[in-house]
Each structure stands twice: as C-alpha cells, then as structure tokens.
Design a protein around this ligand. Structure first.
Ligand code: GLC
Length: 436
C-alpha cells in the first residue's frame, strides 16, 4: 500500500468510526428523549371518575375505612349513568387549559373498571346503567386533539375475591399462593388489555404500597408495557419501576432531587366529585401553585371529578377556564421551559427556556413597581412583558468595570401591564445563562 492509499483507508476508518459514534449517540438520545414530551408538557389534567361520584363520597377509601359498608358502596353502581358524558367536550375543556396530557382513572382501588374488561364483570359496561366503554371514546378524543393519553390503574383491588386485603380491618387471607397467583393473572390481564386496547403514552399506577415489587411482578409489568410501546412513560407508583416521581397534595418547598416529577393535586379536597366539598382553591391560588411547580422543574397534574352523569362541575370548569386564559397568554414562559433559577436570585418562581437564553420571572401584585434580580452574570438585552409585548426599562447596579461579580438588576414594571392574576416578564440574555 503506498502512502496515498494508506491515507485514504485511514480516512475511511476514521469516517466509519465517526459514523458509529454518531449512530450510538442518536440511539442514546432517542431513549433519553422518551421523557421529553413529558418535561415540555408542564400541565396535565387528572380525572377521577367512578361510582363514588354517585353518593359523592371518598373514592374507594370510604368503604375501606369503614365510613360506609362495602355493599352500600357498591349500590352506587346503579346510579352511575354517564348519561351526559361527552368526551369531546371534556377534551375541548382540557385543551383550553393548555394541558398537554390527561390521566383518566380506568380503575380505582374499588375495582370498578371504566372499560369493558374481559377479566371480570365488575365494569361499567356489565354492571352499571352507563352500559358502555367509557375509556375508549375519551382516548380517541384526546388523540384527535393531539393530546397525550394517560391512564390511571390501581394495582391493588379491594373488590377482587383473590386480593388479600379487603378493608382496614378485614383481610381475605394471609398467605395463599394459589389465590395470589390467580390475582396476578387477573391484574396482568387487565394491564395487558389497557396496553393493547388503548396503548397509552403514560401509565399512571397507584396502590403499589400494599405489596412488594416482587409480588406485583413489577419488572414484568414494565417489560410488557415497553415491549408494546418503547416510548411509553410510567409514573413512580410501580414499586420502584417507574420513570418519574409523584408527590401528592404537597407542593415541594425545595426543588426535588428527582429529575422528573409531577405534583398531583385536587381543586378542592376531593379527587372524585363530592358536592359537599366546596373548599375550592381560587384560580389565582392554582396558578401560583402551578408556577411554583414549573419553576422547580415539575409538572402539575390538576384533578377534576366529574359527576355520575359525566358532566364536569361548574366550579371546576371555571378554574380550568381561568387557568387556560392565563396559560394561553404566557405559553412562551410555560410550555417547553425548564426549571428556573435556584433560590436567592429572584423573589418568586422563574423558568428558563430550553436553550437557556431566556429567563422568565413570575410575580403577583405590583412587586413594588420594580423587580429585582441578583446573581445573573449575563447582560439583559431586553425585558418584555409576556403576552403583552411591552418592553421594560432595566438598570444594572453594583457592577463596576473591574468587578467580575454579577450585578443587581432592577426592572420597572408599570401598573398598566400587570396581569390580573400573575404577570410574567421575559428577559433575553446576551447568551446562555451564567449564574454567579
Ligand atoms: C392516592 C389515593 C387515591 C388517589 C390518588 C391520586 O394514592 O389512594 O385515592 O386516587 O392517590 O394521586
């Protein structure tokens, strides 16, 4: 081989190597990207719909905790009509909030399936006046609206004759491997139905705490799901085999250590419809909690509880519409952004654009006429009121030419540009964000 040839073949080898490296990094990126839509989504709507809405009592827990006898609880089957159920209308409302996904309870701990399961007659088709599959049309409507499909499924089933736990004080058996095997077959059978019939983008498991990962056969469940759809996402409640954390009814005060998380939260104090529960958070309170969530890099999964006929209570619709007005105006600062500045830079929630050249500051009230920002080394090229377009005056102090410290920025926000709920100011930086 002469010099020229050997050079050529070496070049070929280098090229081959480079191509291989690119290919593997693309493949790697693909698997990391499984979570990207979820991280971008920021807002999801949770729907607790089940027979518990008939009496307006706690979902499943009301009989488990002995508030009502099991048989009485089950009488609610007769009142679950779904007579005004309009999944397209649900989806229009969900879409209006700006949410990118919804999660519907396909089966709560009471074991009543909202779809036509072949594993048991305890489902709304065979055992309620609704008489039809309620999951399928909702899934279809979500897909049509280009929203991601999330389905909630309770692993534990306090109604199943082969499930060991029944109520707080009664168990069906202590150790009986044959019965447990029968239950596992049933449980995996239902999950398999959900997988094949609805192919959700997101599996929202619940009730894992009563058994171990080994007993649930959690790895097998995960495998079954990902074999069917490699890009499906699974919440944390699969006994350690999920993808993201699910703090419940508790806003973290510090940024959680988990990379991905989602706060699930009710609008009043109930997951399902309870007419007596009027303890609603105001739209502003919901918006502020939402801003805190996204500022700490999480999603909010905001719950609604439809009535037994399938209508969504007016109070809940109002919150959704108010939220939608606000997210539509501020979408740039919400969707597709990432967790904001660490504590100490700004007195309020913030988010950062994915390319980290924009910082968004969220605040209520008039913030004393001027916002104050510390510890950001960049220059601010422009400050603008999101959803309004007004450019704001900025002034930097405490940055003498000889100092390498970040200065202190003041941004004047006139009253007439304030949002009625929460105002957002976007700062375009002179490059990627650099913190002190
Ligand atoms: C719980 C409860 C349940 C509710 C769920 C929502 O773990 O058991 O009733 O559906 O959380 O996050």
């Amino acid at each position: 081989m002469n010099l020229k040839e050997s050079f050529k073949s070496r070049r070929f080898l280098v090229g081959l190597l480079l191509a291989l490296i690119t290919l593997t990094s693309v493949a790697q990126q693909k698997s990391n990207n499984r979570m990207t839509w979820f991280e971008d989504a920021r807002l999801g709507i949770f729907i607790h719909w089940g027979i518990y809405s008939v009496n307006g009592i706690d979902e499943s827990w009301s009989f488990f905790n002995g508030y009502i006898p099991y048989d009485e609880y089950m009488k609610q089957l007769n009142g679950f009509t779904a007579s005004s159920y309009d999944p397209e209308a649900w989806v229009r409302l969900i879409r209006q909030t700006g949410a990118r996904y919804a999660v519907l309870t396909t089966k709560h701990h009471d074991g009543v399936a909202l779809w036509e399961t072949k594993q048991s007659r305890l489902n709304v088709v065979d055992s309620t006046p609704a008489g039809r599959d309620l999951v399928k049309p909702f899934v279809r409507a979500l897909r049509k609206a280009d929203l991601k499909v999330g389905l909630y499924y309770s692993l534990l089933d306090w109604s199943h004759p082969d499930y060991p736990n029944f109520t707080k004080n009664e168990t069906r058996y202590e150790a009986d491997s044959a019965r447990w095997e029968r239950f596992v077959k049933f449980n995996h059978g239902q999950i398999n139905e959900i997988t094949r019939e609805f192919n959700p983008d997101l599996y929202w498991f619940d009730g894992d705490w009563e058994q171990s990962a080994e007993r649930w056969r959690a790895p097998e469940i995960r495998k079954m799901i990902l074999e069917n759809n490699p890009s499906a996402i699974i919440n944390s409640r699969l006994a350690g085999y999920g993808d993201y954390a699910t703090p419940e009814q508790g806003l973290p005060s510090k940024r959680p250590t988990e990379k991905q998380w989602e706060l699930c939260m009710t609008m009043n104090d109930s997951w399902g419809y309870q007419g007596n529960d009027t303890n609603y958070k105001s739209s502003l309170q919901v918006i502020r909690i939402f801003a805190e969530c996204i500022g700490m890099g999480g999603n909010l999964l905001l719950d609604i509880g439809p009535k037994p006929d399938g209508t969504i209570p007016e109070e809940q619709q109002q919150v959704l519409r108010d939220l939608g007005r606000w997210t539509a105006k501020h979408q740039e600062a919400i969707f597709g952004t990432r967790a904001g500045l660490p504590e100490g830079h700004f007195a309020g929630p913030t988010t950062i654009s994915r390319d980290s050249t924009m910082v968004y500051l969220f605040f209520t009230g008039d913030s004393g006429g001027e916002l104050m920002l510390e510890g950001v080394k960049n220059r601010i090229n422009k400050a603008v009121v999101i959803g309004n377009g007004t450019t704001l005056g900025t002034k930097e102090f405490l940055r003498p030419s000889w100092s390498s410290h970040a200065g202190v920025w003041f941004i004047k926000v006139p009253e007439e540009v304030l949002d009625e709920k929460m105002t957002v100011v976007g700062l375009s930086l002179n490059g990627k964000l650099e913190l002190e």
